[in-house]
Design a binder for this molecule. Structure first.
Ligand code: FAD
Length: 376
């Protein structure tokens, strides 16, 4: 039986990020995935690589470190991405005020941000619905990815370029080092990293449940926009200022939250904020909502979809709003801090709970986490 240095449970973004970091260290790596292909949060997401949304400190630095890993990796794999940054549209003076405070902070060390007045933002984005637009913010660090391409391409790359072994359709049921038991086979390894995402109750359920919440998100995708119409960047709106921790330190955020609570109560009840990302085929992903733990039902809520579509129409006049797909995604979110990492017993590391930031921070999180785990 082949002996591995590291077995990874889960072939989502966190599992693949750990596989990449370990393979680059020269380790013999095996990835075990329950499904026939990774079908979790990592391919259901927007593909917004979004450092701007990260709070100051570890998360932001992780995002920027991930960017240093991601950009050459995309080049090496030869994969589509759109590095055109993000545009945040303000429809109220209080949103503009928060953006301006954020911009002042970023002038001291964070990435490049530029405030735009109404005319400037309308000029940049002809698809904007001009009604009520006050101005906005451009940030240049964001990259739009297509996760449906990225995850399979990264899997292929790891297999072909780094000799990483993958076993799909292998749900891990028990780990007793040096053995890892799946529903089909037993494998031998000296270390295991467990990245089971929202399926965290499949292994170490008690530990995971103490530290993680589950979040359900609803998403929509339009048909490809006709005549080559493209958004100039991923599009973010005022509701996101209340959602992303990056803005929590802005002095006027409380005032903005107060107004949003009055004007957008239904949106806030479902954790909705309005985001748009356009992929290489011209389709636009629109989302999303956030329902947690006991709020979660097995069903897709029509009301959430209507709110998201109404919010989207307030922001953009897309040439086509015909929908091709609607789906739900689930992720795990740490109850405290940016993520949950714990060496549960010698040689077994749990990594989970990155919430809505896994595509943005996963690559660097794996590098840092593995260094501590393997050297510790
Ligand atoms: C709708 C949506 C939109 C999002 N948008 C963004 C975004 O724009 N930008 C961003 O940075 N982040 C975004 N996120 C968050 C991001 O997708 C997640 O943080 C990230 O994908 C988590 O990766 P993961 O590997 O932990 O989980 P997953 O991708 O869910 O992977 C976990 C894998 O583990 C497997 N597994 C579970 N149990 C076992 C077992 N016992 N044995 C074997 N395999 C097992 C599962 O089958 C699954 O494939 C979004 C998430 C969602 C749902």
């Amino acid at each position: 039986m082949k002996q591995y240095d590291l077995a990874i449970v889960g072939a989502g973004m966190l599992g693949l990020s750990h596989a990449l970091a370990a393979a680059r260290k020269g380790l013999n790596v095996l990835v075990l995935e329950a499904d026939r292909q990774a079908e979790g949060a990592s391919i259901r997401n927007f593909g917004m690589f979004l450092p701007m949304g990260m709070p100051e400190g570890d998360s932001y630095h992780r995002a920027m470190h991930s960017r240093e890993i991601l950009v050459p990796l995309l080049r090496e794999i030869g994969l589509w991405s759109d590095p055109s940054g993000s545009l945040t549209v303000a429809h109220h003076d209080d949103e503009m005020q928060v953006l301006s405070e954020f911009c002042k902070r970023t002038a001291h060390g964070r990435h490049h941000c530029q405030l735009l007045n109404r005319l400037q933002i309308l000029e940049r984005c002809p698809s904007l619905n001009p009604e009520g637009v006050v101005g906005g913010l451009f940030s240049d660090t964001e990259i739009t990815l297509n996760p449906r391409l990225l995850i399979p391409a990264l899997t292929r790359y790891l297999r072909q370029q780094h000799g990483v072994d993958f076993r799909f359709g292998h749900r891990v049921t028990d780990i007793r080092l040096p053995e890892v038991q799946t529903t089909r086979e037993v494998f031998r390894t000296s270390h295991v990293v467990v990245c089971t995402g929202a399926g965290f109750d499949s292994l170490y359920p008690d530990v995971h449940e103490r530290h993680l919440s589950r979040c359900k998100l609803q998403m929509l995708r339009t048909a490809p926009q006709p005549d080559g119409v493209r958004l100039p960047a991923m599009m973010i709106t005022g509701l996101s200022l209340a959602h992303y921790q990056a803005f929590a330190g802005c002095p006027s955020i409380g005032q903005l939250q107060h107004r949003l609570a009055k004007d957008y109560q239904q949106y806030l009840d479902y954790g909705i904020h309005i985001l748009h990302a356009q992929h290489n085929d011209g389709s636009v992903l629109i989302g999303d909502s956030h329902e947690y733990d006991e709020q979660i039902s097995p069903f897709h809520k029509a009301q959430i979809e209507q709110l998201i579509l109404a919010g989207s129409r307030d922001v953009l006049n897309l040439p086509t709003s015909v929908l091709m797909e609607r789906w739900t995604g689930y992720y795990a979110k740490a109850k405290t801090g940016h993520c949950f990492q714990r060496e549960i017993s010698p040689g077994i590391l749990l990594v989970n709970g990155v919430g809505g930031t896994g595509m943005t921070t996963g690559l660097a999180l794996a590098v840092d986490g593995l260094n501590d785990f393997l050297n510790g």
